[in-house]
Each structure stands twice: as C-alpha cells, then as structure tokens.
Design a protein around this ligand. Structure first.
Ligand code: ADP
Ligand code: ZN
Length: 219
C-alpha cells in the first residue's frame, strides 16, 4: 500500500510508521529523518537545510521534492511506502501527484492524525530519538529499558533541537499556516481518513488496522 501520514508535529506519525513497517515491511520514508541524517553527515544538502530545520521552518519545496522523488525511485519503494512528514504544502502534494502519475501509480490513503495541541506539546518535550537508528522513545509513555540508551541498537538517545518548547510552538504555527490546508486538499480527492492522534500508540495502531480492513488494504 501507498500511504501518506498527515498531522501536526507530535501526532505520532513516526511511531505509527515504524509499527506499520514492522507489520507490513513497507518502507517508512520520513523526510525529517532523511534531512537529520544529512545534517549529521554535514553533507551539502545537510548544510543547506540545517537553518530551516533548527528553527522549525519548512525546507524549500524544491529541495524536499527532490529528496522524496529520489527516495521513491529506489527498489524497496516500488511496491509500497509510508510517507511521513511529506507532503507538507499543497505545492509538494502536487509535485508528488505528478511524480506518481508518471510511474502510473497513486496514493491509496491519506491518514489524518487529528491531535490536540496540548498533547503534541507534551509528547515532543518528552520525546527522545536514537542518534543511530532514529527509533523514537518517550520518557513516560514509551521509556527505553535503560536510561538514555536505545533498546534496539544501543545508540544514544537525544532531545531534538527543534523539540525545545520555543521551536515546538513555531512548528505548530507552521503546521497551521502551511500544512493544515492539505486536509481539505485530500478530502476533496476522497483519499482522506481521519484517525484519533490523541490515542495512545497501540490503540491508535488498532484504529489504523481497522481503517485498512474497511478499505480492503492488505499490505
Ligand atoms: P515532525 O513531524 O515531528 O514535525 P519531522 O521530523 O517530520 O518532524 O520534520 C522536522 C523538520 O524537517 C521540519 O520542521 C522541517 O524543517 C523539515 N521538513 C521535514 N519534512 C519537510 C517537508 N516535507 N517540507 C519542508 N520541510 C520539511
Ligand atoms: Zn537505535
């Protein structure tokens, strides 16, 4: 299946994408993860995007569109993918449509994670990310077995720069101003299904699986 996860920062898209990957083995394509990898490697791309990411602003459309089209052309994405954090503007959504149309494929569903701002803020401030495999933990909801260490690969857990309160506030504004209009955009195409992003991760995962069953999407 070909999915888009849409919703504010802190809605739990990354957590669900990882659970869906475990179950269906469809690649999880997170533009945020890709950009952070590039920043860590200090590549040309990483240097170009760092100031946007650190300040909670969107990276220019041309840059992310190129990153995503390149990623979508890899062999593992040919039978399905989960897009997390892309598209984030109507321009990006149109570029994606065009790229998929060229390959004769289309998105099956857009899952919209409706989530309250308080919950997003709470989740982001206690979120910790593995610096090696990008696994996501939460100090109270999903704590690692050993403090500060990734359960899966032993990497170090860190608080993302842009998960600090000032930047979180900005990211939520950016979401409202630039991304939320995609809800109507995908509603109009009949692809949008709303799920409850306030739910705890396992319950939300069940809701996603129910949605797939209703749509007869099996993997
Ligand atoms: P979250 O979903 O928690 O906000 P992400 O990891 O998806 O975080 O994104 C982190 C940052 O990466 C964004 O604030 C933005 O700077 C940049 N970014 C990620 N995806 C996109 C995109 N599709 N368009 C523009 N910028 C993006
Ligand atoms: Zn790890």
């Amino acid at each position: 299946m070909r999915l888009i996860l849409l919703g504010p920062p802190g809605a739990g898209k990354g957590t669900q994408a990882k659970l869906l990957f475990d179950r269906f083995k469809i690649p999880h394509i997170s533009t945020g993860d890709i950009l952070r990898d590039e920043m860590r490697e200090n590549s040309d791309l990483g240097q170009k995007v760092a100031k946007f990411v650190k300040n909670g602003e969107l990276v220019p459309d041309e840059i992310v569109v190129e990153v995503v089209t390149k990623r979508l052309s890899k062999p593992d994405a040919q039978d399905g993918f989960i897009l997390d954090g892309f598209p984030r503007t109507v321009n990006q959504a149109e570029a994606l449509n065009q790229a998929l149309r060229k390959q004769g494929i289309a998105i099956d569903l857009v899952l919209y994670f409706e989530t309250s701002a308080e919950i997003c803020i709470k989740r982001l401030s206690e979120r910790r990310i593995c610096d090696k495999c990008a696994a996501i933990f939460h100090l109270t909801n999903m704590p690692p077995k050993k403090e500060g260490i990734c359960d899966y690969c032993g990497g170090k857990l860190y608080l993302r720069d842009d998960d600090r309160p000032e930047t979180v506030k900005r990211r939520l504004e950016v979401y409202q101003n630039q991304t939320a209009s995609l809800i109507d955009y995908y509603k109009n195409s009949g692809k949008l299904r709303q799920v409850d992003g306030d739910l705890e991760a396992n319950k939300l995962n069940s809701q996603l699986l129910e949605t797939f069953a209703q749509e007869s999407l099996t993997g």
